[in-house]
Design a protein. Structure first.
Length: 136
């Protein structure tokens, strides 16, 4: 699935078919976010496609301030991220986006990309006792 579906009252058969494939991992990622931290702030990588879009929507519905990383090649990525509830959007590759963010500024990093470089960058961005959740 390359991008989030437009907001409508109906889903296509294809969209319904992939919901369990992206919805279950998205829900599991959100369940790991500590709920006791007031004014939580989370970074979601690839926040406008697949499970990243669902994670963004669910986190914002829980009151988490979401910073969405959007790939520069993603058509209408900024629009999709803000319509999914992101309060901040960084349009860059995952590592470049993480370089632009302030050190120790996040409570949670939701990693939908994977890899050691992402892990290392996540540790730099997290506040003490912050959480890094990886789907890869």
């Amino acid at each position: 699935m390359c991008c989030s579906p437009a907001v409508t009252n109906t889903l296509s058969l294809e969209q319904i078919a992939v919901l369990p494939l992206i919805g279950i991992p998205a829900r599991r990622a959100v369940r790991t976010v500590p709920s006791t931290t007031p004014k939580r702030k989370a970074l979601v990588l690839h926040a406008v496609s697949g499970s990243g879009a669902l994670i963004t929507q669910e986190l914002t519905s829980l009151g988490v301030q979401v910073v969405a990383q959007v790939d520069p090649t993603q058509e209408n990525g900024f629009h999709w991220a803000t319509s999914n509830g992101a309060s901040e959007v960084v349009v860059a590759t995952p590592l470049k986006a993480m370089e632009q963010l302030q050190e120790s500024s996040l409570d949670v990093v939701i990693d939908t990309v994977g890899g050691k470089a992402i892990w290392d960058s996540s540790r730099r961005l997290l506040r003490p006792h912050g959480s890094q959740v990886s789907q890869k």
